[in-house]
Design a binder for this molecule. Structure first.
Ligand code: FAD
Length: 297
């Protein structure tokens, strides 16, 4: 079954976009800002808070990075009054071209976040960008408190990064990590990464920071929730985060019912195709859910 799934996903990546779109639609809140805003409203009405991401990464020119910067500046206007903040990727704002370019773009967007009294989170990309992303985060934090970053539990360095960054202003999303990294710098075992994730969340919560617990792994969520209850961690120290559209059964509703904050990461934009193929590669079973739903309709 695994082989059939893998073959089907690689076939999908070569098909015309109109064929792939039904498989993409559960994960992407549309192509336009208007479509994304409608999705946010609907999620807010169900009790979820959101973080919005304009799909894309690794821009090729300075001009493109300025266009993305301006799109993010406008996005802060468009989400005013909604329970939504913004997550963005440094290479989408030019980090691959020049770290100083992405820094200046990110600082302009941060200025706008400040003007709107909103929050900005810097996503974490693959390991060549870890140090420069942390550096930019530290510079942002000097200018405005409502800024956060991401650390990946599969990286061996993360334990030390958490120790170095710990402070009352430290706001960190912990995720397992999505990129392929070498065994020299990353853990590869499923259980090992899960254990590291749990340890990283505990390290932030026994320190001074705020943690966004970003996983769909229900066993891990259960383990962390039990620990949070046992240690009486206040609700204002953490939130749960998931990617929009990933099937979670009633687990998210149960978290909401207990009063926890649950944030959906909502991606949208013209780069939906590449993003969706990535999601399908991670979990080819999604194809079968989508096909099942199409036939039920
Ligand atoms: C809110 C959020 C923000 C993130 N930001 C970053 C980031 O900045 N940098 C980074 O490197 N990574 C990021 N990630 C991705 C993360 O690192 C993992 O690759 C991804 O979440 C899968 O890991 P998992 O913890 O859900 O556990 P897994 O063990 O991979 O998955 C648990 C279960 O959820 C299902 N599942 C997981 N992911 C998906 C999916 N995408 N589609 C369908 N089903 C899925 C699987 O079937 C599995 O059964 C983010 C994830 C989330 C939830």
């Amino acid at each position: 079954m695994k082989i059939i799934n893998t073959i089907l996903v690689s076939l999908l990546s070569h098909l015309p976009k109109w064929i792939v779109k039904p498989f993409a639609s559960p994960y992407v809140a549309g192509v336009t800002v208007n479509e994304a805003v409608e999705t946010i409203k609907s999620l807010n009405n169900k009790g979820y808070v959101t973080t919005i991401d304009i799909l894309g990464e690794h821009v090729a020119t300075e001009e493109e990075s300025y266009r993305i910067r301006d799109d993010y500046l406008n996005l802060y206007d468009r989400i005013e009054g909604l329970d939504a903040n913004i997550s963005l990727k440094p290479t989408h704002l030019g980090m691959e071209i020049d770290p100083e370019l992405s820094e200046s773009n990110l600082l302009s967007i941060l200025e706008k976040a400040k003007e709107k009294n909103n929050f900005m989170r810097i996503d974490m990309e693959n390991s060549p960008y870890t140090d420069s992303t942390i550096d930019i985060y530290k510079k942002c934090l000097k200018k405005y408190d409502k800024v956060g970053m991401v650390l990946q539990s599969y990286l061996q360095r993360t334990k030390q990064d958490i120790e170095n960054l710990d402070s009352a202003k430290f706001n960190c999303r912990i995720c397992k990590g999505i990129y392929r990294e070498s065994e020299k710098i990353a853990y590869h075992g499923k259980e090992e990464i899960r254990d590291r994730f749990f340890a990283d969340v505990k390290a932030i919560l026994t320190g001074k920071g705020y943690v966004a617990i970003a996983t769909h792994d229900k066993l891990l969520i259960d383990k962390i929730e039990n620990w949070i209850i046992e240690k009486k961690i206040p609700l204002n120290r953490f939130e749960f985060q998931v990617l929009y559209g990933v099937p979670m059964g009633n687990r998210l509703q149960r978290l909401l019912d207990k009063g926890y904050t649950v944030r959906n990461y909502v991606p949208f934009g013209e780069a939906w195709f590449d993003y969706s193929i990535r999601r399908l590669k991670e979990n080819p079973n999604i194809m079968w859910y989508v096909l099942g739903n199409m036939f039920k309709k």
